[in-house]
Write a protein that binds this ligand. Structure first.
Ligand code: UD1
Ligand code: UDP
Length: 355
């Protein structure tokens, strides 16, 4: 049988997690060429995910990490064009909203190759976010748009994008359901850090609007220091750099650790009493796991977690964060907003019938 070739482009931490179930689903019907742009390159930001989830090593690693947005995206575009020329894919698959996503999308569009976007239609309606620009542009040149939610489908319709749109659920839900059992069995992070279930909070910060604004960073870190529990804080490299540059002092209840692998992160999320984050993916995982999430931003793309009552958009005001932590304890059912763990299979089927 002559398999069609899909070029899958990944580069940043959440994209390895998103690609894992999709790769598995594509395996029976396609030849997948895996292209890593190199946007994330530390072992703990990249390779650990491939080894934990037993993913095939990338066929190409472009080694393009660091640099300004324009430089990074431009270099990726140049190198991706060369790879596409060599591989001649029948379809290019991109994930989410990073610079790797946009570079992959532009390279595909300019080479006239059908483009499929996983996690299409998400909007924060804040164009100051680099991710918002990446999403909007990618969606407008995509052939197939795989939306995780109804809200995402509606956002695309508002921009006149209707053809090629498929609501398939969220591949991060697939990844979580598939990996949770292994995470429980394999992660030793609670023992290693001497943590007890329900007795610690979990924080992550990496959004540029927070890390690159000294006032906002200080306000968040101050709030974490005022929480009545230990706060486990796996620190993104960009955030560590800013904490060092700004010489921010860290309260003794905050346990700063290196970024952790996916299994440890799932284990930490399952046993915490509260997540405080500006991450997109972690807002969803908190909902899926059933942990309250205090979002350290003014807006979110994952609006359904807020209306379901499990996510609060608190921003960065110190007192507001601490008051919310102390007074807000959601409970009740959580509807399956992100599908049933079979989104990747639907994506594979839809690509198959459209190529
Ligand atoms: C990127 C994405 C963001 C996503 C995040 C996931 C863009 C515009 N942003 O942000 O949407 O939420 O990834 O984590 O694409 N660094 C290292 N080692 C690494 C990776 C990064 O030291 O392995 C440092 C470098 O100094 C780099 C900085 O972190 O310049 C920022 O990395 P970059 O990939 O540009 O952006 P992120 O903040 O990671
Ligand atoms: N994650 C992880 N280790 C960490 C922090 C995050 O494995 O130290 C996982 C997290 O569980 C989620 C994904 O990375 O699956 C989210 O990525 P990130 O927050 O970097 O980016 P975003 O989702 O905001 O784009």
């Amino acid at each position: 049988m002559n398999f069609k070739t899909i070029a899958s482009i990944v580069g940043a931490r959440p994209q390895f997690i998103k690609a894992s179930p999709v790769s598995r689903a594509l395996a029976s019907d396609f030849k997948e060429v895996f292209i890593h742009t190199g946007q994330h390159y530390d072992y703990g930001m990249s390779e650990i995910f491939f080894s934990e989830m037993e993913m095939r090593a990338p066929d190409f690693n472009l080694g393009i990490g660091g640099g300004s947005h324009g430089e990074q995206t431009g270099k990726m575009l140049i190198e991706l064009e060369k790879v596409f020329d060599q591989v001649k894919p029948d379809c290019v698959l991109v994930y989410g909203d990073t610079n790797s996503t946009l570079a992959g999308a532009l390279a595909a569009a300019k080479a006239g190759i059908p483009l499929a976007h996983v996690e299409a239609g998400l909007r924060s309606y804040n164009r100051a976010m680099p991710e918002e620009v990446n999403r909007v542009l990618t969606d407008h040149i995509s052939t197939l748009l795989f939306c995780p939610t109804d809200a995402a489908v509606a956002n695309l319709a508002k921009e006149g994008i209707i053809g090629g749109v498929h609501r398939v659920g969220d591949v991060m839900c697939d990844a979580l359901l598939y990996n949770l059992v292994s995470a429980r069995a394999k992660s030793k992070i609670l023992e290693q850090l001497n943590l007890k279930e329900g007795e610690y909070s979990l924080a992550t910060i990496h959004r540029a609007a927070n890390t690159d604004d000294a006032k906002r960073m200080l306000s968040i870190v101050k709030a974490l220091g005022m929480l009545p529990t230990q706060v486990v804080f796996p620190v993104h490299p960009r955030t560590r750099k800013m904490i060092q540059e700004l010489n921010i002092s860290i309260s003794s209840n905050i346990l700063m650790i290196e970024p952790v692998g996916y299994f440890d992160m799932l284990a930490l999320q399952e046993s915490t009493n509260c997540i405080l984050t500006d991450s997109g993916g972690i807002q969803k995982e908190a909902y899926l796991i059933g942990v309250r999430c205090i979002t350290l931003r003014e807006e979110t793309e994952w609006v359904e977690t807020v209306s379901a009552g499990w996510n609060k958009l608190v921003g960065v005001d110190t007192n507001k964060i601490v008051d919310t932590y102390n007074s807000w304890h959601p409970h009740g059912d959580r509807a399956p907003l992100y599908g049933d763990g079979h989104s990747a299979a639907q994506i594979s089927k839809i690509i198959s019938s459209n190529l």
